[in-house]
Write a protein that binds this ligand. Structure first.
Ligand SMILES: *Cc1c(COP(=O)(O)O)cnc(C)c1O
Length: 377
């Protein structure tokens, strides 16, 4: 099956019990057993629930993995991945990963003895140099957040394979519609499904996909032990949202290309970050490893005052954290999503006070451009 067909028919196709074309919301915590341990595959909904199972099978199919797992949030998914490891293990992590990823590793898991080195994963040599005897995994985002830096995933996978490490990729920005890290050599992929996969700003969820059964068993053991699972209602909303991922991503990208080109022609914009622009430093790698460039743009308007002016004039672009929904969103990473990163570190990374990030929605692009025009004037 090709991607667009898989998005409609992948995973569990309908409800085997009733023939309903959608998997219904199994709002249930426990299941009747015929005898001790004799059941129909479900015992207790932390361990497994049919609606959650449907979303898990579906994402495994779409990402090209062996097993999928659904969590209460992207951070719950990442945290559960980290809990597969031991105290004293070391990770090499991208230096402009999502602010919450930075925070949970640096302020929570450090207390449990997990060690982390942050590097620019776009620089494969830097990854190799950061590997220590106790390193167990490399974690990255490509493109990254908010500067849209691109990492050559296959090149990193060569190193992790050679050194016997796991490669973990946060594929939230690209979605499985554009990029499949498992095919590029990653071992574990995770998503904040709150973003494009849900797509409608109505669900907080996380997904993990693993490349083999052995990782699947380990992941399921930790997921069931820790219990940060996605409830049946949200599993249903997520499935419903994901069915239209293909059409939404095509629209997001067409709009984003138009806006990125328009912004880069303006003389009053210092920098435009979008991997789809041919002058973006990661353009060639992005074009090689993904089928599209996504719907996120960051651009630098020069100062915090000007950024605030743009934000205060934006109406269609909703001022909000998050991304990936049908409506266009606008934010200032330095004060919002990346506020938990110390100011000094933000400056080093290039997350300036004048940096604006937009998540381009699927409205009419002419309205979006007109609005940006008046907001920048
Ligand atoms: C939002 C986000 C997360 C965290 O996911 P939640 O669902 O908010 O917990 C992780 N990574 C990226 C790239 C994100 O955008």
């Amino acid at each position: 099956m090709r991607m667009k067909t898989k998005l409609i028919h992948g995973g569990v196709d309908g409800d085997p019990l009733t023939g309903a074309v959608n998997v219904p919301i199994y709002q249930v915590s426990t299941y009747k057993q015929e005898g001790v341990g004799k059941h129909k595959g479900y015992e207790y909904s932390r361990t497994g629930n049919p609606t959650r199972h449907a979303v898990e099978e579906y994402i495994a199919d779409i990402e090209g993995g062996v097993r999928g797992f659904a969590f209460a949030s992207g951070m719950a998914a990442l945290s559960t991945i980290v809990m597969m490891f031991d105290a004293g293990d070391h990770f090499v992590v991208g230096d402009d990963v999502y602010g919450g990823t930075y925070r949970v590793l640096n302020k929570v898991f450090n207390r449990f003895g997990v060690e982390v080195t942050f590097v620019n994963t776009g620089d494969v040599e830097a990854i190799a140099a950061a590997i220590r005897p106790n390193t167990k995994a490399v974690m990255l985002e490509s493109p990254s957040n908010p500067l849209l830096k691109v990492t050559d995933i296959a090149a990193v996978a060569e190193i992790t394979k050679e050194k016997g490490l796991l490669l973990v990729v946060d594929n939230t920005f690209m979605t499985p519609y554009w990029q499949n890290p498992l095919e590029l050599g990653a071992d574990i992929v995770f998503h904040s499904a709150t973003k494009y996969l849900g797509g409608h700003s109505d669900v907080v969820a996380g997904l993990v996909i693993v490349k083999d059964e052995e990782l699947g068993e380990r992941m399921h053991f930790v997921q069931n032990s820790v219990g940060a699972v996605l409830g049946p209602q949200d599993s249903y909303y997520l499935l419903r949202g994901m069915k239209t991922l293909g059409v939404r991503m095509e629209e997001h990208e067409a709009n984003t290309k138009r806006i990125a080109e328009w912004l880069s022609r303006r003389e009053d914009i210092e920098k435009v970050y979008y991997p789809g622009l041919t002058n973006h430093p990661g353009h060639d790698i992005a074009a090689k490893q993904a089928r599209g460039f996504g719907g996120m743009i960051s651009f630098d308007v020069g100062s915090r005052e000007r950024a605030e002016q743009v934000l205060s004039r934006a109406k269609i672009f909703t001022l909000a954290e998050s991304l990936g929904a049908v409506e266009s969103l606008i934010s200032v990473p330095a004060q919002m999503t990346h506020a938990s990163i110390p100011a000094e570190r933000r400056a080093e990374l290039g997350i300036t006070d004048g940096l604006i990030r937009i998540s381009v929605g699927i409205e009419d692009v002419e309205d979006l451009i007109e609005e940006l025009e008046q907001a920048l004037a």
